[in-house]
Design a protein around this ligand. Structure first.
Ligand code: AVI
Length: 320
């Protein structure tokens, strides 16, 4: 069963989130305008992201799922039974059960900043694994998290799928991996998904799909700003752009003004010239060597890795 009461937080149609307001106002005041990608995920954004994961062009989700199907048992054998599986993020209804079905785990501990996603996925997971204690923690996993006494003495397996690590610049990614190491302790392992560098055309297609779902996902950020921060952004004067940054090995998503625009956010005036962009996301891609180096730089020792036949995606197992 689920071992916690989590308060429901739903900001759709509610008051202003001061952190959102600060991030947007600061971001729009920069020379290269930028809004952190974490703000994509309101209700509509989360639904659009779910649709992205099933698009023909968006290979990461289906490739990682296949890798877990094929190799979770091997990973489980390397890690051993009786672990607390600590997932960073509230968990996917497909990937998490694939791992837990093979782990013989002592507890499942999802950590997420969004209480309502956490609550929903914990209840679903507990229904699938009735004998597994599910202990959701509402917290920002970018910082070290104090785990409850009921799991603190168990050896742990951290689980961080989805190549979410790619949405951070390498410095921040290393800080996060270090803080995971601190959260999980000396006897722990980490299983992490990383998207690989590949043909640029295929990478761009994955972030600029023919159906336009990713464009709507990106543009939804402007709709959210208008709704939650009293914005007057002319959304139809912006277009979705996905481009490859070869210096950083990353896909960048931007929202480009297609003509000169002037609008307000929370009473503050903003102007943009035609062609000027708001940078909304980075999605870094790694070679297997780079991924292992990043783990090592964060205090983790890589011990196994699995990739698909087309070299699209990588899951790595590391030990503390
Ligand atoms: C959540 N994250 C790993 C996705 C990615 O691929 O960087 C977010 C995403 N953005 C556009 N499409 C998917």
């Amino acid at each position: 069963g689920v071992h916690a009461d989590i308060k429901l937080v739903d900001r759709d149609g509610e008051g202003v989130d001061p952190a959102f307001r600060a991030d947007v106002l600061n971001g729009l005041a920069q020379r290269q305008k930028a809004v952190p990608a974490r703000w994509f995920y309101d209700r509509a954004g989360s639904e659009l992201f779910e649709r992205i994961t099933t698009l023909p062009e968006y290979y990461p989700t289906r490739t990682e799922t296949a890798l877990l199907k094929a190799h979770a048992a091997e990973a489980a054998a390397l890690v051993g039974p009786g672990r607390a599986v600590v997932e960073f993020g509230s968990g996917s209804s497909v990937k998490t059960p694939l791992l837990l079905a093979r782990m013989d785990a002592a507890a499942y501990v999802p950590i997420d900043i969004s209480g309502d996603f956490l609550r929903q996925s914990s209840v679903e997971l507990a229904a699938k694994f009735p004998d597994l204690p599910v202990i959701p923690i509402e917290a920002d996993f970018m910082k070290p998290v104090t785990l409850p006494a009921s799991v603190r003495d168990l050896a742990m397996l951290g689980f961080f799928p989805g190549s979410t690590i790619g949405n951070m610049v390498p410095r921040t990614a290393i800080d996060l991996l270090r803080s995971m190491r601190a959260t999980l302790g000396d006897r722990s392992h980490l299983l992490i998904g990383v998207d690989r560098i590949k043909d640029i055309g295929r990478l761009i297609a994955a972030y600029d799909d023919a159906e336009g779902v990713t464009a709507r996902f990106n543009l939804n950020l402007l709709i959210r700003i208008n709704r939650e921060l009293d914005g007057t952004i002319p959304v139809d004067r912006f277009r979705h752009v996905a481009r490859w940054n070869a210096d950083w090995n990353r896909i960048e998503m931007h929202l480009e003004a297609i003509e000169d625009v002037a609008f307000e956010v929370s009473g503050r005036p903003v102007t943009m010239r035609r062609g000027e962009t708001i940078h909304t996301e980075n999605s870094h891609k790694y070679t297997p060597d780079q991924a292992r180096l990043m783990l090592q730089a964060s205090g983790w020792s890589p011990c196994a890795q699995w990739s698909d036949a087309e070299d699209n995606f990588l899951i790595l197992l590391a030990e503390a």
